[in-house]
Design a protein around this ligand. Sequence first.
Ligand SMILES: *Cc1c(COP(=O)(O)O)cnc(C)c1O
Length: 243
Amino acid sequence: MTTIAHHLRLVHDRIHAACLACGRDPASVRLLAVSKTFGAEAVIEAMAAGQTAFGENYIAEGAGKIEALRGWLAAAAQGAVMPASALEWHCIGPVQSNKTRLVAGHFDWVQSVDRLKIAQRLSEQRPAELPALQVCLQVNIDGGANKSGVPPEAALALAREVAQLPRLVLRGLMAIPEPATDFVAALALHASAKDLFDRINDSDALALPMDTLSLGMTADLEAAIHAGSTMVRVGTAIFGGRG
Ligand SMILES: *Cc1c(COP(=O)(O)O)cnc(C)c1O
């Protein structure tokens, strides 16, 4: 077994244990492998171990990797190894206006939408031949001054508008709380994101309920799962430190 395959197994064990500890079905939590700063070979290694969903923070780096993998998969498909659609790519980093076209043309999901203007551009620029872009709103759940994310009190109004854009599907919320000192503090932060998620879904503002709550990274995935996360985004524990 390769190192990445071994690390993936350990992360799955953590997810499984956390789910059992709080009475959740382990199948209710997806794992997003955050491959930022690592090369296409690392993605191929994770893919060989069964991982299909990958997250990238930096748009140009992510788009380059997506194209490299597409080429690699097409070549591999000559031997019928895997269909080219085998991978699902999530943009999880800040999206500036001048990058929306690159994002809309490459990624399957964008979890970092925090303004209507960016959402509108992504919808307008989503190529007609691709399925609708799946999006999460990034929420600045702890109000950090220099952080991206829509303020929690503005999230409902933004959700209502984003849900109406023709080429986007609003799937949920994503948050990156400040590192907490202990489990209880981490749980409280994640729980406030879960509370907001439930309030938006209960508000009748959306025709379709959101199904994705993207919370938890290497350091705090257990607390996030206890709070109700349906997708943990893990980089370090799979690929190693980023130096
Ligand atoms: C880098 C990053 C992650 C992964 O963090 P690790 O601590 O390496 O697991 C998850 N989400 C976002 C938004 C990130 O930028």
